[in-house]
Design a protein around this ligand. Structure first.
Ligand SMILES: Nc1nc2c(c(=O)[nH]1)N[C@H]1C(S)=C(S)[C@@H](COP(=O)(O)OP(=O)(O)OC[C@H]3O[C@@H](n4cnc5c(=O)[nH]c(N)nc54)[C@H](O)[C@@H]3O)O[C@H]1N2
Ligand SMILES: Nc1nc2c(c(=O)[nH]1)N[C@H]1C(S)=C(S)[C@@H](COP(=O)(O)OP(=O)(O)OC[C@H]3O[C@@H](n4cnc5c(=O)[nH]c(N)nc54)[C@H](O)[C@@H]3O)O[C@H]1N2
Ligand code: SF4
Ligand SMILES: [Mo]
Length: 685
């Protein structure tokens, strides 16, 4: 018997996750198959483990429902009836329809829609951007996740950069503020544990009793969306007690007076009343903020999926400045490290290929954009990749109504027959990241990784760049930039003259696929490197925001509705992986015992959850995760499971106060028991 020798290939986890793990793929060259995907300790923060989801990745990679061939719709939009067609026929038809739309309505009638289904640099923004620029399509503002906090960080610090997570063990007081690393950032846990073993106190600020909050207590439970007042109240108290070094703040920050004016109404008692956190706990926190060093604010995206998002992140950032936390290695404000990676975005995405700057459309408003046809030109073609908006976008009723429009051409490049794919006129098969070459960065750590394909794409699947090369060819476009190969694209991305990127080249990564940017962990950003705002100072004065309509307390919808990340999925990306589904077989609504009683509902009963925007059907489950007055359903299940709807029936397309971010966690709902009948047919609207 001849034994096959497996070869080992370095990959990177492509999912939208803080950790961007290094992967080791064992490949059986005879079978042309990846037989094992494990952690690659070449990436030091990955250590020797992956998460629940990616431990089972072969199940997703070789899923029986993978889209392997181009599909053309034959049934009704949304029904999911398709026939197999050839790439050639599919592309010829798509190209001629796009040309026709562009001729009649202008290129801007085409809207690309994408997010971070694959975080690879090539998959995310390379030939796709070039293609859409070349045809003069509308440009998508990718705002659905981090836009509001990004705007606030840019305002206060002039960049989206924080301390290296590798210094977490040196912190002595850590505030986990609106983040749930036990689910969303599991490789941060060993770092937090090291800090704790060395004597650090770790507190959690979250309206829910998450696994993280249970592990890292004291746990402060603000009412959802009240963190702006919380942060200002803490800042005001620090100033009142004279625990802020005004002289050193004056040296490197502007706007302390304006900050104080904004914080002035937030006395400790008002802060306690608004947030629901007892005054003595707030007072204790103020003491910790003043006394314990190094002090790390570890903010997550959970604080900024609401209406006052940008102001909230501004106020937390201001606290990091007032306390001088950034002066210590192990201190500062960690929300993201995406600003550590200096890639040549412009050369990658080539905005110069646009004949004139085209309009920008905010992805959070997809529902309105697809249904309000008064804006010129109306959207006539939607090209979706790396995303599943029929399930993940807010204002779902409008999104689905738009997707059903007979005059809208929908093209979806996907790995699975997602909710969005079911509405497509054409579904084109997308390769998995493990089947493609790409370059990866992270929004948490500071490693660049070159990911090699373990095998060829399954079936007739192609990578995102290859999809757009094919589309460009079918449209008869001639600009050579539309046809660059993957290696050229990676070399282009790395063509930068920045000291942090020195030595990170195609050649170096070919030798060693994991390279840390040259911004060592013990460099204190904003102390040892300049503050990159225009005037070189922190901006404490309030970030400009748009006027928000006052939020009416609508007695009909009395419950806060929060839909955060969950351990066994990444948004809708693992929805059809059976072993993971087994953890939570049906879409649930977690309800506090007091609310079950209040609404006359039994745990284990199907309920209709609804508000002015829409409704969906969930299984009520008694839980101590939410406090009374708040209900929780984890994001995001496929609509397919609940008769064509999910929790994004309940969320709206309203934008955050600045940055154009999404406001998923500002929803309010009511619940009602479903009759037996209703359960069988589903509660979708
Ligand atoms: N397993 C898993 N990992 C993931 C994801 C996933 O779906 N599953 N998603 C990935 C993506 S796309 C992202 S953006 C990140 C997000 O990961 P995180 O940054 O952790 O953000 P969220 O999961 O949105 O919310 C984190 C916490 O914020 C809390 N929160 C909600 N409202 C408020 C509030 O008003 N105040 C405060 N203080 N807290 C609040 C929620 O209860 C939740 O526990 O995780 C990524 N990683
Ligand atoms: N209610 C509620 N809704 C939310 C959130 C919430 O907290 N609550 N969170 C929001 C957040 S933070 C985010 S980031 C968004 C995420 O929303 P989406 O951007 O829709 O992300 P996913 O649901 O992960 O879907 C990604 C899709 O990309 C596909 N894909 C993966 N790799 C590739 C590839 O290489 N090529 C192509 N063409 N496709 C690929 C996957 O199969 C998957 O279907 O959801 C938002 N929606
Ligand atoms: S999803 Fe996150 S934790 Fe899991 S393997 Fe990927 S990067 Fe690592
Ligand atoms: Mo996200």
């Amino acid at each position: 018997m001849i034994e096959t020798t497996l070869s080992t290939v370095h990959g990177a986890c492509p999912h939208d996750c803080y950790d961007t793990c290094g992967l080791q793929m064992d490949v059986d060259p005879d079978a042309g198959r990846i037989v094992r995907i494990g952690p690659d300790p070449l990436q030091p923060l990955t250590r020797n483990f992956l998460c629940l989801k990616v431990n089972r990745y072969l199940e997703r990679l070789y899923h029986p429902d993978r889209v392997l061939y181009p599909l053309k719709r034959v049934g009704e939009k949304g029904a999911g009836d398709f026939v197999r067609v050839s790439w050639e026929d599919a592309l010829a038809d798509i190209a001629s329809r796009l040309q026709d739309i562009a001729a009649r309505f202008g290129g801007e009638a085409v809207l690309p829609y994408s997010f971070a289904g694959n975080m690879g640099i090539l998959a995310g923004e390379s030939l796709d951007a070039r293609f859409f620029h070349a045809i003069g399509a509308s440009r998508l503002e990718r705002t659905i996740c981090t836009a509001a906090s990004g705007a606030a960080l840019d305002w206060v610090y002039g960049t989206r950069l924080g301390p290296d997570p590798e210094v977490i063990p040196q912190s002595r007081f850590i505030l986990l503020w609106g983040t749930n690393p036990m689910a969303t950032n599991v490789h941060e846990i060993p770092l937090l544990e090291e800090a704790r073993a060395a004597g650090a106190e770790i507190w959690t600020i979250d309206p829910l009793r998450t696994e993280t909050a249970r592990r890292y207590a004291p746990h402060l439970m603000p009412r959802p969306g009240t963190d702006l007042g919380l942060a200002l109240g803490l800042g005001r108290e620090l100033l009142q007690r004279g625990w802020v070094d005004r002289a050193s703040i004056a040296e490197n920050a502007r706007g302390l007076d304006a900050y104080e004016a904004a914080a002035d109404p937030w006395t400790l008692s008002r802060t306690a009343q608004t947030t629901g956190i007892p005054e003595r706990v707030l007072s204790d926190l103020v003491e910790h903020l003043a006394q314990t060093r190094p002090l790390l604010f570890r903010t997550g995206y959970g604080v900024q999926r609401q209406r006052q998002a940008a102001r909230t992140v501004w106020a937390i950032s201001a606290l990091s400045v007032l306390t001088g936390s950034f002066r210590d290695v192990g201190g500062g404000h960690l929300l993201t490290n995406s600003g550590a990676f200096m890639l040549n975005q412009e050369a990658l995405s080539r905005p110069d290929l646009m004949k004139r700057p085209t309009r920008r459309l905010n992805m959070v408003e997809l529902g309105r954009l697809l249904t309000d046809l008064t804006e010129e030109p109306p959207i006539k073609a939607l090209v979706v990749y790396n995303s599943n908006p029929a399930a993940t976008a807010p204002d779902q009723r409008a999104v689905l109504r738009g997707l059903r429009r007979p005059d809208l051409m929908v093209v979806v490049h996907e790995q699975m027959l997602t909710d969005t794919a079911r509405y497509a006129d054409y579904v084109l098969p997308a390769a998995m990241a493990m089947e493609t070459l790409d370059l990866h960065t992270s929004y948490w750590h500071r490693y660049v990784q070159l990911a090699r394909p373990g095998t060829d794409p399954a079936g007739e699947a192609v990578s995102n760049p290859e999809f757009f090369r094919r589309l460009a060819r079918a449209m008869g476009l001639t600009h050579p930039a539309l046809y660059d190969d993957d290696e050229t694209l990676i070399r282009t991305a790395l063509m930068v003259q920045h000291p942090w990127m020195a030595g990170i080249t195609w050649e170096a990564l070919s030798e060693n696929p994991v390279a840390k940017v040259r911004l060592p962990a013990d460099v204190r950003v904003f102390v040892d490197t300049p503050i990159p705002t225009a005037d070189g100072r922190f901006h404490l004065d309030p970030l400009p925001v748009r006027e928000l309509d006052s939020e009416e307390d609508d007695a009909r919808y009395p419950l806060y509705f929060i839909s955060p990340s969950v351990r066994e999925s990444i948004k809708s990306s693992f929805a059809n992986v059976k072993s993971l589904q087994a953890h939570r077989p049906v879409p649930e609504l977690l309800v506090a015992p007091a609310d079950l009683e209040r609404f006359g509902i039994r745990s284990g009963q199907w309920v209709r959850v609804f508000n002015q925007r829409g409704s969906t059907r969930l299984l009520a489950v008694e839980s101590d995760v939410p406090p009374p007055g708040t209900v929780v359903s984890y994001a995001v299940r496929w609509n397919d499971e609940a008769g064509g709807s999910n929790i994004n029936q309940l969320t709206g397309g309203e934008l955050s106060d600045a940055g154009g971010g999404a406001t998923f966690y500002s929803a309010r709902v009511a619940i009602a028991a479903l009759s037996e009948n209703r359960q069988a047919t589903g509660g979708g609207s």
